[in-house]
Design a protein around this ligand. Structure first.
Ligand SMILES: NC(=O)c1ccc[n+]([C@@H]2O[C@H](COP(=O)([O-])OP(=O)(O)OC[C@H]3O[C@@H](n4cnc5c(N)ncnc54)[C@H](O)[C@@H]3O)[C@@H](O)[C@H]2O)c1
Length: 272
């Protein structure tokens, strides 16, 4: 028997990067997977690839910043698959106008609102629907994807992105505290630098190597599959007593605190 046999799993933002790795891992471990995203081509291609492996996987378009679309998505999953057991809310990122390097007085309202919508409002709207269903149907598990940028000011992440992800941490803990009585667990992973298409579109390979060496104990980017491992574990019964946790998946970056590793460690990592 596979770990998630017959479980109905929603992966929001499941067409690319960490979400795609998560969709694939759930499908390979027996779940029936709904990939929700705005990237039709990538979502449909992934669903067909997983179906060829014998998995039940479908793609559904949903702009998760829109409450009516999110409500339709969750209603549709329940109609089609008879329930919703697990939700991985993976989507997130910065608005196109939210430029790295921006600070308080240089962040436009459009950039601030856009990033909040993608990285915080979307998960709030998803959780409203997911919790409403789960609390009335015996429980469930939610795993959110935050970021290490939620914990401290970072030169590679925008102000709005850090605020949105810090809000997501609070949303995760608040819901964990409030919905445990309905047999619902809510946790989040905090990815460090992860080798996804999003990251590669923002930084060169050289910059990625330098970022990891400069801030992690294990000086390489985390693979999307390694983030998916943590999401699946938190979603599984193995984590039955874990809720409200913000789990760094960061190659040991959190071990260094705000200062980063000593210069000698950076030099050593870069010389390899
Ligand atoms: N890659 C990293 O280094 C890193 C680090 C920390 C946190 N994260 C977080 O991990 C998550 C996944 O990031 P990724 O690197 O895999 O990015 P990605 O861009 O590859 O994947 C994000 C997915 O979310 C989808 N999406 C965006 N807006 C959406 C919307 N309105 N409705 C539905 N789907 C939408 C995108 O189409 C995409 O498929 C994000 O929450 C991101 O903030 C990533």
């Amino acid at each position: 028997m596979a770990r998630f046999d017959n479980k109905v799993v929603l992966v929001a933002g499941g067409a690319s990067g960490i979400g795609a790795a998560t969709s694939e891992r759930f499908a390979r471990e027996g779940a029936r997977v709904v990939i929700a995203d705005i990237k039709d081509d990538a979502g449909q291609a992934l669903a067909s690839e997983l179906a060829k492996l014998g998995a039940t996987a479908v793609y559904r378009y949903c702009d998760c910043t829109e409450s009516n679309q999110v409500a339709q998505l969750v209603d549709g999953i329940v109609d089609e698959f008879g329930g919703l057991d697990i939700a991985a809310n993976v989507l997130g990122g910065g608005h196109v106008t939210d430029a790295p390097g921006s600070t308080v007085h240089t962040t436009s309202e459009q950039a601030f609102d856009g990033t909040m919508a993608i990285s915080l409002r979307s998960v709030f709207l998803l959780m409203q629907q997911e919790l409403e269903y789960m609390m009335n149907h015996g429980g469930g598990v939610i795993v959110n994807v935050s970021s290490m940028a939620s914990l401290a000011a970072e030169k590679h992440a925008t102000l709005a992105y850090g605020i949105a992800k810090a809000g997501l941490n609070h949303l995760t803990r608040f819901a964990a505290a409030d919905y445990a009585r309905y047999n619902i667990r809510v946790n989040a992973i905090l990815p460090g630098t992860t080798a996804t298409p999003l990251l590669r579109s923002l930084f060169s390979e050289e910059q990625i190597v330098e970022m990891c060496a400069g801030q992690q104990a294990i000086p390489r980017a985390v693979e999307p599959d390694e983030q998916a491992n943590a999401i699946l574990w938190l979603a599984s019964d193995e984590a039955a007593m874990i809720t409200g946790v913000l789990l760094p998946v960061d190659g040991g970056r959190s071990a260094f605190g705000l200062q980063g590793p000593p210069a000698s460690a950076v030099a050593r990592a870069l010389s390899k």
